[in-house]
Design a protein around this ligand. Structure first.
Ligand code: C5P
Length: 233
């Protein structure tokens, strides 16, 4: 039971550990983004927000002043965390920049890489019965990369910037390259191939990629991954 695990971890943490991140500020992103096609339709992905919300909760338990910028999810707001709700990648970027300066940023959101170039102001309609026309085609444009933007800041860059990477193949190889490409310090790589069932599920099997190398962590609950990551932070 997730609640029992959290209670057990809190018991273990008690005392001195509870204040490990006292006087530190943390920013966490979580969940998917929704990118409007028209007033009723959007592009999204299967992210549940479980991992990002768990990281925010774990950092707050260690005493960090924590802001969680979340896309639309069904996760409850973690206790003691300042939650900013957003829908789109551009709103998420604005909210993140507004939360700086922080000591540590953990970007666990599954930000949509692309959005429709122009969201239609009125609902797109099929032709009237009997009429014929080709289905509309979606023109996509690239969204801002929030992790790369925060990592690349000259002024006010967080001391520690951590990204997540969802990969379906060559997980470690791609993640090592991604850490460099994004300019972040650590990258948490998870295997989201269907066989593992990470997206939307409760468990996660990750590798932690740092400048020093690659660590394989065992497959445990997302809550336990969050706790271990918070301890490392
Ligand atoms: O490039 P990819 O989406 O695989 O990278 C994943 C990492 O980058 C995650 O930490 C995610 O939160 C972040 N990201 C972002 N903004 C984007 C795309 C990804 O912050 N537009």
């Amino acid at each position: 039971e997730p609640d029992a695990i959290v209670a057990a971890l809190e018991g273990l943490l008690g005392g001195a550990q509870a204040g490990l991140l006292k006087d530190r500020r943390a920013l966490v992103t979580s969940g998917p983004t929704h990118e409007a096609i028209d007033p009723v339709r959007f592009l999204a992905n299967r992210s549940s927000g479980k991992q990002g919300h768990a990281v925010a909760a774990a950092l707050a338990r260690l005493g960090a002043t924590t802001t969680l910028v979340s896309g639309p999810t069904h996760q409850p707001e973690p206790a003691g965390v300042n939650v900013v709700h957003v829908e789109t990648a551009r709103e998420m970027l604005d909210a993140c920049l507004g939360a700086l300066p922080v000591d540590v940023a953990v970007m666990a959101a599954a930000v949509a890489d692309w959005r429709p170039a122009d969201a239609a102001r009125a609902k797109l309609k099929k032709p009237a019965k009997g009429g014929k026309s080709a289905p509309p085609s979606l023109k996509l444009v690239e969204n801002p990369d929030i992790l790369a933007t925060v990592s690349g800041r000259n002024e006010g860059r967080p001391h520690l910037v951590i990204g997540f990477a969802a990969e379906t193949d060559a997980v470690v190889e791609n993640a090592v390259a991604k850490r460099r490409a994004k300019g972040c310090d650590w990258l948490v790589a998870n295997d989201v191939s269907a066989a593992v069932g990470t997206v939307g599920g409760d468990d996660n099997q990750v590798h932690l990629i740092t400048a020093d190398g690659v660590e394989e962590w065992p497959k445990v609950s997302k809550l336990a991954v969050a706790e271990r990551l918070a301890q490392r932070i």
